[in-house]
Write a protein that binds this ligand. Structure first.
Ligand code: ATP
Ligand code: MG
Length: 181
């Protein structure tokens, strides 16, 4: 009984990782790893176009009984011809994430790069707020992405800003395996 009460009293938190430095998504994956280690069920939805299989996708495959890893959405470069299609794909990705959140099958859901959907006007702040507020009580939500606005910051329980001080990219060093992907 005591255990059950403890379980029911769990308070789901909203964590937000923003800023222009490197470490937002990897911190979210670390959080997912920590939760999985505690026996929690985790769902990660990444709102980017997956061109190759990243280290995190491969690593979480080995934890597939606890962690689901979904790459959804399309590139945000707008270089593709069919913008309508890009927007529709991103909207579908958001609906997918919404279903996952509302299913109440997870203890933690990571919405990686969610802020891009806002920056490009693909989803509204109100839609995101509604999702945050209607989620299962126990659900921890981890959101990442640059340029999080006031609305998201206000809605979150924890906000960390990663500030760039140095990045190897500035010295012309290309993305490195195991570091960026
Ligand atoms: P990571 O996934 O490594 O934790 P991130 O989620 O904080 O990075 P994003 O803004 O999602 O960073 O950008 C993704 C990619 O861009 C990463 O490969 C990262 O190394 C690179 N990046 C991040 N910050 C910078 C920067 N200030 N200058 C150049 N490249 C950057
Ligand atoms: Mg990221």
């Amino acid at each position: 009984m005591a255990d059950r009460e403890k379980k029911d009293n769990r308070k789901g938190l909203v964590l937000l990782h923003t800023g222009n430095g490197k470490g937002k998504s990897t911190a979210a994956f670390g959080q997912a790893l920590r939760a999985a280690g505690q026996g929690m069920q985790v769902c990660i939805v990444q709102f980017i176009k997956g061109t190759w299989k990243t280290g995190e996708a491969k690593a979480f495959q080995t934890l597939s009984d606890r962690v689901e890893f979904h790459v959804k959405g399309s590139g945000f470069t707008w270089q593709e011809e069919n913008k309508e299609k890009i927007i529709q794909t991103a909207r579908d990705a958001f609906s997918f994430a919404k279903e996952k959140i509302m299913s109440d099958r997870y203890d933690m859901v990571v919405l990686d790069e969610l802020t891009y959907l806002l920056s490009y006007g693909i989803v509204s702040e109100d839609e995101i707020l509604e999702l945050i507020n209607s989620r299962p009580l126990r659900l921890h939500l981890v959101i990442t992405g640059r340029n999080a606005g006031e609305t998201l910051i206000t809605a979150a329980d924890l906000v960390s800003e990663v500030r760039m001080i140095k990045h190897p990219y500035e010295q012309g060093i290309k993305a490195q395996k195991g570091i960026e992907f």
